[in-house]
Design a protein around this ligand. Sequence first.
Ligand code: FAD
Length: 454
Amino acid sequence: IPSIVWFRQDLRLSDQAAFAAAAAEGPVLAVYVLDDEIPGEWRIGGAQRWWLHHTLAALAESLADLGVPLVLRRGRAPDEIARIAEETGARRVHCLAHQEPWWREAEDALARSVDLVRHPGRLLAEQGIVRTGSGGPFRIFTPFWRALQLHMPPPPPEPAPTNVQGMVHPPRSDRLEEWHLLPTAPNWAEGFGHWTPGEAGARARLEAFADEVGDYDHARNLPSTDGTSSLSPHLHFGEVSPAAVWHALDGKAGAESYLREIGWRDFAANLIVQQPDYGTAHGRAKMDALAWRTGPEADAEFRAWTRGQTGYPIVDAGMRQLWHIGWMHNRVRMIAASFLVKHLLIDWRRGQHWFWDCLVDADYGNNAVNWQWIAGTGVDSSPFGRIMAPLVQSPKFDAGAYIRRWVPELAGLDDSSIHDPHGAGVAPAGYPEPLIAHRPARERALAAAAAARG
Ligand code: FAD
């Protein structure tokens, strides 16, 4: 009798408790269901479909080496898994517990029809164990992080089981190609060659970064350098466990500030468990009264933002990097997101959806928590009136080389003029005028915030 492993955002074989538990029981059947229904507006976006194709191909190959079939199905995941369990007479279904609201509901629904075992492994600290002194969940990062560290280190990562038996006569499977996850013409994913989806790619990235982590604290804010780990899509898809990252880096000089960032990932998961609609509803209800700009002019400006045509080089560089490689540097995500919300006074949820479709690391918790933090609408964000100045941020974080790389029409400008080519009077023909100057944008945003406060 087979045991089923239900794979989702945990696409690895090592340190994968669900896979290990199934392997210990007898023949294993691995299943992935492409579910575009129950996540609703949070169904997997365009850039992640590209990633998903490649990571599933890699997973299927690793499983095949062990003789384990990977069955691919499309539809409502809990229904499909229950159907496969019935068809095969499976003993049990194993999965890693997820924190996205639709996945938690799907797990609950499935648990009503099959014997479902939910294992930890998506987070550093098992969901729910990081608690305040009075036993409640945290809503502020710093005390959360302090409490989380009391549970660290996480258990050491387990190697993939080697003595695995695969199910001999697996049920019907879709072919991956039938899902058409890769773009056809135009092939917007040409620049994605930068990435190697899959467990081996994740491991290689982690090993390379382990040699560089000493510079992280200094380099992480400089978009012109490769100072961050680029592990975010690998972590989102679960190609490497956060515990494996912790153990690879813990104790190395300079690793503390990096591990704290991984802690943010746990914090975001902890917040969406408390407030499952955090992707749409404000953490601070009084911000509901903010009058976002709408209408044709706002729409045109939103489009200019998505295309990297705002006239602010640092914002444009970030938005074009996002389009070309499906990822944007964290410092620039903050600047570009703040520009949309405060300078253009456009609803953060529009920007969040754009990111959702374009990011290879799009993650419900991380995306919502960071957007709400920048927008001043989150449970722990600074007030809306704190407005980032892109023209100050850009030289401060030495973004010249970054802009030259992603905004080629500005490649001929030096560091004295590239951050503000219009202000310096050297903007080449074709590079747009700023959509709005900083001062009037700031005044408009402050007035909107004051009106919202009543
Ligand atoms: P590193 O600096 O190497 O960090 C290591 C890991 O820590 C990351 O891979 C990530 O898993 C985690 N991490 C780092 N910073 C944060 C953070 N601020 N919040 C939560 N986790 C963090 N990250 C996502 O993974 N998915 C998203 O959809 C996402 N949307 C964002 C939207 C906005 C507006 C902003 C400002 C940030 C967003 N981030 C998101 C957080 C952060 O920008 C990325 O995690 C980071 O840039 C990924 O690159 P890295 O792996 O090189 O990061």
